[in-house]
Design a protein around this ligand. Structure first.
Ligand code: SAM
Length: 221
């Protein structure tokens, strides 16, 4: 019997996740389950659907990219997400990273994601809708370097673009016991910085090198 297109994508997705587990990028059952579930082919332009399960970034238009699956996995593991959390993402792009995050925090949790390019806001909303995540992810147009004061405080905040430093508003919008992940450095190469707030104490550590497109905005470039 011939495999349907959906089954073929699922088989490729599972092979990719097997690889991410074997390489140590995916370590926890919750991240593994979410990565096996969210259909990345629904978050890339149609002509790139066949490339969706290569472990690499792909162009999504407007000079932007959907992040590589191993980078998404590294960030999900560092965030230590739990059901019920309220999460803010800066840089919605395709909506994929937000969808995998929502898969872990829903049904009680929610994801807010901000994108500065109007065409990508539409792209992310359409992708989230067709993949079944529009109930748990809200996409906003705006300068995410300022965060989202009206929806704060957040349990987790992650930035999917490279910043010159940790944007101050994000520090202010993080709840206690919260975590921020943000690539900090130059326009082409950054360090993934993890900020943890606990009992009023803030710690900052580097979690390794990464390459993201720049954060453009008041607290970015
Ligand atoms: N998380 C995305 C995904 O799953 O497809 C990939 C994000 S892409 C690497 C970075 C995104 O950040 C781009 O879409 C870019 O337009 C956006 N961006 C850059 N500066 C921004 C800002 N100040 N506010 C919101 N989005 C921003």
């Amino acid at each position: 019997m011939q495999m349907s297109a959906t089954d073929k994508f699922e088989e490729r997705r599972n092979r990719l996740v097997d690889h991410l587990v074997a390489r140590g990028y995916v370590r926890s059952p919750s991240v593994e389950k979410a990565m096996r579930k969210v259909p990345r082919e629904k978050f890339v332009p149609d002509h790139l659907a066949q490339e969706a399960y290569a472990d690499s970034p792909l162009p999504i238009g407007m000079g932007q990219t959907i992040s590589a699956p191993h980078m998404v996995s590294i960030m999900l593991e560092e965030l230590d997400l739990k059901t019920g959390m309220k999460v803010l993402e800066i840089g919605a792009g395709s909506g994929y990273h937000a969808a995998v995050t929502a898969e872990i925090v829903r049904p009680d949790g929610t994801v807010f994601t901000i994108e500065r390019i109007p065409d990508l806001v539409e792209f992310a909303r359409k992708n989230l809708e067709r993949a079944g995540y529009s109930d748990s992810v809200s996409v906003f147009l705006g300068d995410g370097s300022k965060g989202s004061q009206e929806n704060a405080p957040f349990d987790r905040i992650f930035v999917a673009c490279g910043a010159p430093d940790v944007p101050r508003p994000l520090m202010e919008q993080l709840g206690d016991e919260g975590v921020i992940l943000v690539p900090v450095g130059g326009r082409t190469f950054q360090d993934l910085i993890k900020i943890t707030k606990k009992g009023g104490r803030v710690t900052r550590e580097s979690r390794g090198g990464c390459i993201f497109v720049p954060l453009i905005g008041e607290h970015g470039y």
